[in-house]
Design a protein around this ligand. Structure first.
Ligand code: HAM
Length: 425
């Protein structure tokens, strides 16, 4: 027999894992909708050129991490989306919002795909929960979004998240800084790691972000991008910081530049000490140039993406991983096999009345059925034997206190349907 396992970097999310993930997604949904964000679901497959133009042809994502899908009809190169931002922006343009209703606040949840070396916290299929607010240059929006991300981590129970902040300028002021940076790094070019020597020519900004010792040493002496902002970027940054909620655990990160090319002005990352070297549980920033990169007009935008797996690892590190609850509800058990059909009908009757209910499908003994009910976290066990069936009754055992009572079936179902489906009765 061949053994079929998931491919490296792909993970089976079993019901326990899915329940934990759903808990994060539901928390995000509630929080984001409260702030006026609406869910959007762009496709998982897009044209590769979308990411080359936006995430950046020289970014790691585009150079090394895209999963491409051969197209059967010469329709170009397709890829599984490595991130959500370009697809959401494309959908915004496609829907005509730029003309009809230019300010839109979106959120999205779902899988992303990056061809990375699988390791703890890094998968090839992983999940993000993201926000994109498109159409406004307002620095208060940057503040709203940075705070909203932090509120999410707080709401799921994390207490050790810090926010790293920087501003990386715009198309007006960045080119001069890039030249200053090149000049400053020229003398130490030979000491840089191979990747950064390559970046020197094609994407010098990313050298600021390198974690290799010779590169961090070379960069330590280099001028900071925040010191070469133009007046507009400087006043945007000032207004953003004034608006930002007081008391956030902020850490200034003058070397933070992010690995995607579309960012302008505000960039930020959320970090957690429980994650080791790659400690970002989420990240984002402003990207006012994306519309132009896609061949349209300048449309200001800002957003972030939360790494779901990273957030779960952080929760685990803080000992706060949500414990998936049992199914709750009612478990119907039959005293002997002849009562199975009546037990099945009773279960369907409960379900049709809006009550969470289940029964054994393995032909188990009464004792094993009782154990199964307990293991599933049922609140009540409804017992059907020949005596109950001939009397039209059911024996109800409440698991919280072990109390028992016998009721006519019709009355029992009607009573169960009036109480909230999963509430302990
Ligand atoms: P990003 O920094 O590439 O940003 O990803 C955001 C988060 O996704 C990371 O902080 C990390 O927690 C998680 N993540 C990334 N790659 C993996 C992986 N291979 N396995 C597990 N988790 C991973 C973006 O994706 C931007 N689109 C964020 C954004 C939205 N900027 C503006 N709007």
């Amino acid at each position: 027999m061949p053994s079929f396992q998931p491919l490296p970097g792909f993970v089976d999310l079993l019901p326990e894992d899915a329940a934990r993930m759903r808990h994060l997604e539901e928390t995000a949904r509630t929080l984001f909708e409260r702030c006026g964000y609406r869910e959007i679901r762009p496709p998982l497959v897009e044209d590769a050129a979308l990411f080359e133009r936006t995430s950046g042809a020289t970014s790691d994502i585009v150079q090394k991490q895209m999963f491409s899908i051969p197209s059967r009809d010469d329709a170009g190169a397709f890829v599984l989306r490595p991130e959500g931002t370009p697809g959401v922006f494309r959908a915004y343009l496609e829907a005509g919002y730029a003309k009809t209703n230019p300010f839109q606040k979106f959120f999205y949840l779902g899988p992303m795909f990056r061809y990375e070396r699988p390791q703890k916290g890094r998968q090839r299929q992983f999940h993000q929960i993201g926000i994109e607010a498109i159409g406004s240059p307002d620095p208060h929006l940057d503040a709203e979004i940075v705070y909203l991300g932090y509120r999410f981590y707080e709401a799921v129970g994390l207490r050790q998240v810090t926010v790293l902040l920087n501003s990386i300028g715009c198309a007006a002021c960045r080119p001069a800084y890039l030249q200053t940076l090149r000049n400053a790094l020229t003398a130490s070019l030979d000491t840089l790691c191979a990747l950064c020597r390559d970046r020197f020519g094609r994407n010098v900004l990313r050298i600021l972000d390198c974690k290799n010792a010779p590169c961090t040493q070379a960069v330590a002496q280099a001028p900071r991008i925040a010191d070469s902002l133009c007046d507009d970027c400087r006043s945007h940054d000032r207004a953003f910081r004034i608006a930002l909620k007081a008391g956030l655990p902020i850490s200034e990160a003058p070397r933070l530049v992010r690995g995607l090319d579309y960012y302008t002005r505000t960039v930020f990352e959320y970090h957690h000490p429980g994650l080791g070297a790659r400690s970002a549980v989420g990240a984002g920033g402003r990207y006012d140039g994306l519309g132009e990169r896609l061949g349209g007009s300048a449309i200001p935008a800002v957003g972030f993406a939360i790494g779901v797996e990273a957030t779960l690892l952080a929760l685990e590190a803080e000992g706060k991983l949500p414990e998936p609850g049992g199914a709750g509800g009612i478990f119907v058990v039959y005293v002997d096999r002849d009562c199975r059909t009546d037990a099945y009908r009773l279960t369907e009757g409960l379900r049709n009345a809006g009550v969470t209910a289940d029964l054994d499908h393995m032909g188990r003994s009464l004792k094993s059925q009782m154990k199964a009910a307990d293991a599933r976290g049922a609140h009540e066990i409804w017992i059907l034997g020949p005596d109950e069936i001939s009397a039209g009754t059911v024996k109800i055992k409440r698991l919280s206190d072990g109390s028992e009572k016998t009721l006519p079936v019709v009355e029992a179902i009607s009573h169960a349907s009036r109480a909230p489906a999963d509430a302990p009765r």
